[in-house]
Design a protein around this ligand. Structure first.
Ligand SMILES: *Cc1c(COP(=O)(O)O)cnc(C)c1O
Length: 347
């Protein structure tokens, strides 16, 4: 079976650039972006800033770098950040904040809906005391990947923003999938990020661009981010060829995210009758998680292999847990085929 024929539900990062993106990439006007001379990058940054209602934006190679830049700017060495124990920044970014910034994470429990309880955030803020690290920053994640792709509401985000202000802290949003959140909640993305001092979102996930993320904040924040990006080796030259795909992502790929969400819900419906798995709550965005019950004698690797033989790529999220992610290369028919294959493998 050729690569292209697999139904790939491992992640929305597997999305390949659309034909329209490839055309835009081939025709992109470019310049040296380290000189800020790349018109396509400049256009992408201006467009992203406008869409999110922030002063300025910076194109970065990855979401991980975008988050790291934000943390490095908001915190000095030895400063503390409050973030979720299931958050991507805490779990999946190779400890960059500690290795590269000397930043001390103060994880608190992510609730099932992806939020951090306000009372727990409040309790985690360090008092003025020479024994304690200084709390500088709160990070929240929207949609929350490990909590099921759940969107965090505008009201919650505003409450965290107020709490941050009252305590002279900054707020960063890891919004890798912020447009999925905006679509799921049917709100303007600006409202979801208004309380934040900085926000990162990915072009390379469900928006299907091949590479890249955006970091947003006020002008002085982005100026510092540009310097740090260079320091970390992320200053890129004629990178308009990638920014061109990013522009197509922003113009053409957001409106269709609702289809991915509908397909995740459809998958949920189709998998619901399977007794041998325990589904999480009905998906609100493009991810569906389930656990294997004790009745299932196969382990996750065996299931992954069996599914692959049936043309479906899945990846375990834990020793007895799977995450399936829908995206623009997964059709209605693919959803049906996947559900059939899983029922067959578990039979
Ligand atoms: C993917 C992801 C990132 C990091 O993006 P990369 O481009 O893979 O470095 C950050 N946060 C969340 C929630 C993500 O899902």
């Amino acid at each position: 079976m050729s690569e292209a024929e697999y139904i790939d539900l491992r992640s929305d990062t597997v999305t390949k650039p659309t034909p329209e993106m490839r055309l835009a990439m081939a025709e992109a006007e470019v310049g040296d972006d380290v000189f800020m001379d790349d018109p396509t990058v400049n256009a992408l940054q201006a467009r992203a800033a406008e869409m999110l209602g922030k002063e300025d934006a910076l194109f970065v190679p990855s979401g991980t770098m975008g988050n790291l830049l934000a943390l490095l700017i908001h915190c000095q060495r030895g400063d503390e950040i409050i973030l979720g124990d299931q958050s991507h920044i805490y779990v999946n970014e190779a400890g960059g904040m500690a290795a590269l910034g000397g930043i001390y994470p103060h994880p608190i429990k992510n609730q099932n809906d992806g939020t951090l309880a306000l009372a727990e955030i409040r309790a985690a803020i360090q008092p003025e005391d020479a024994h304690r690290a200084m709390t500088r920053l709160i990070c929240i994640e929207n949609t929350h990947n490990a909590c099921g792709g759940v969107p965090l509401s505008v009201a919650y985000t505003q409450q965290v923003g107020e709490l941050a202000k009252e305590n002279n802290l900054r707020l960063h949003i890891d919004g890798a999938r912020i447009f999925n959140a905006a679509v799921a909640l049917n709100v303007n993305v600006r409202e979801l990020v208004a309380p934040a001092d900085s926000v990162m979102f990915c072009l390379s996930k469900g928006l299907a661009a091949p590479v890249g993320s955006m970091l947003l904040g006020d002008r002085s924040f982005i100026a510092r981010a540009r310097r740090l990006r260079k320091m970390l080796g992320g200053g890129m030259r004629q990178v308009g060829v990638l920014a061109a795909a990013g522009l197509v992502a922003l113009e053409k790929m957001i409106g269709r995210l609702a289809q991915d969400h509908a397909r995740a819900k459809r998958m949920f419906e189709l998998l619901s009758p399977i007794q041998k798995i325990k589904l999480d709550a009905e998906p609100a965005s493009n991810m569906l998680y389930f656990d294997l019950t004790d009745e299932v004698k196969l382990d996750v690797n065996q299931i992954t292999n069996e599914m692959k033989q049936r043309g479906v790529l899945v990846e375990a999220a834990d020793v007895r847990r799977f995450r399936l992610v829908t995206h623009c290369w997964v059709s209605d028919a693919d959803v049906e085929r996947t559900a059939q294959a899983l029922a067959e493998v578990l039979r």
